[in-house]
Design a protein. Structure first.
Length: 158
């Protein structure tokens, strides 16, 4: 009987890097870094974690921007993944290399902001995407494996 492949490893044998854009955040904070998630943003974060868990994804690490909306998204999503988020300045804003951040960590969830996440996907894969608030993308070895909109994530999460 054929066996099912390890869920966190897709076709190329390398760990998958998942990118999650923070959920919807309030607009009226004095300091951009202090913007908190709205109730909808909290729901989006929980649903992202549940969807990944239902897909059989086992993240060995989660790295997040230190900005409140991203850190809160990471905490809520990681509840379903049984992993503790780690804050990194590399995801605060600007270009970053997902492979460099994920190196040696196995399957990783990166939680951050736009346009940085979409740009990282483009630099890593050549794919041009628009990652919605609460949306997920998965990359592996220069290939965009998945792009999930919040509505799709909600359906997977159940």
């Amino acid at each position: 009987m054929p066996t099912r492949p390890e869920p966190a490893i897709c076709g190329y044998g390398e760990p998958v890097i998942w990118l999650l854009r923070h959920g919807e955040a309030e607009d009226d904070a004095v300091d951009d870094a202090a913007r908190r998630l709205t109730p909808k943003g909290e729901r989006q974060a929980r649903e992202a974690g549940l969807a990944l868990a239902r897909l059989g994804i086992t993240a060995e690490a989660c790295l997040t921007s230190p900005k409140e909306r991203a850190a809160a998204t990471a905490r809520l999503a990681c509840d379903a993944l049984a992993v503790e988020p780690e804050v990194t300045e590399a995801l605060r804003g600007g270009d970053f290399d997902p492979a460099d951040l994920a190196a040696g960590r196995g399957t990783v969830l990166l939680v951050g902001h736009e346009p940085d996440l979409s740009r990282a996907v483009q630099l890593a894969t050549g794919a041009r995407i628009d990652l919605k608030k609460g949306g997920l993308a998965a990359i592996e070895e220069g290939v965009l494996l998945a792009l999930l909109r919040p509505r799709q994530i909600r359906e997977i999460a159940g």
